[in-house]
Design a binder for this molecule. Sequence first.
Ligand SMILES: Cc1ncc(COP(=O)(O)O)c(C=O)c1O
Length: 309
Amino acid sequence: MHALRNILKPTPIARLQMPGIELYAKLEYFNPVGSLKDRTAYWIMRRAAERGDLRSDSTIIESSSGNFASAVATLSQLAGLEFIPVIDPNIAGIYESFLRRACRRVVKVEERDDTGGFLKTRLKRVAELCREIPNSYWTDQYGNEDGMRAHYELTGGEIVEAMEELTHVFIGVSTAGTISGLSRRLKERWPAIKIIAVDAVGSVIFGGQPRKRHIPGIGASVAPALLQHAIIDDVVMVREKETAEACQELLERHGVFAGGSSGTCYAAIKKYSERMQAHRSAKALFLCADRGTAYLDTLYDRKWVERLE
Ligand SMILES: Cc1ncc(COP(=O)(O)O)c(C=O)c1O
């Protein structure tokens, strides 16, 4: 296989003004395809190539409706590989357009599963494609431990290099790859750091009641396997309306135009700020995992937000 080109550079860390806390945002939307999933895709594909699981005649298959698929599509093009994303009708228009221009074949499932969603149908289609297509390789972002190692090595490596000290870090959870890798790296460097997992009300990751959610990139309807590797001190749950208000505040007060999981973390920091201020000199960091563009018709649309609980 042609060498998989590393297109990743360290992302900037911005200082945001917040009373009583030194607050930092690591701007992951500066990654080349636009999100922290560029790191996950790069590390999974690179390690698979090194092991010989991914070869020049491989076809990558993955079920994803957003950032991860966009990253895999771009890296596949660079490496001259075929990639077939399996998507569903809930995909945001700009992601579908992006994938259709980057991939020769896009498979869109239309049938709902027994939960009323599309995830099980998508995964079934992935399994069928893997059986039908010779030399297929499933990146398996929900179960692949290289997804977590990406954040131990890359995101975590950059944070420990750039920061003198941190007392708190707030991390949004979906596949749990980010929190598993980062929590391990940051605890190694600063054993007393508090790792605060951030999740959406309606997600079941931390045992809550399932409820229909509208914001991609945060939460899950099943507990992800990678979570067992995470070291977590506390969990903050955020309602979707709070996420939307926090995204708008990030833009209007700090000039940061970020996506749903970033707003969810910022909302969690505000909820947690009293507890942090009790700490002599709190230094907190969160990730702005992607940009706000894909959320203009939702989180940034006041009419859409009014309908949320
Ligand atoms: C925008 C965004 N933020 C955060 C996450 C959560 O990261 P992880 O899947 O590593 O838990 C995702 C995952 O898809 C995401 O797309």
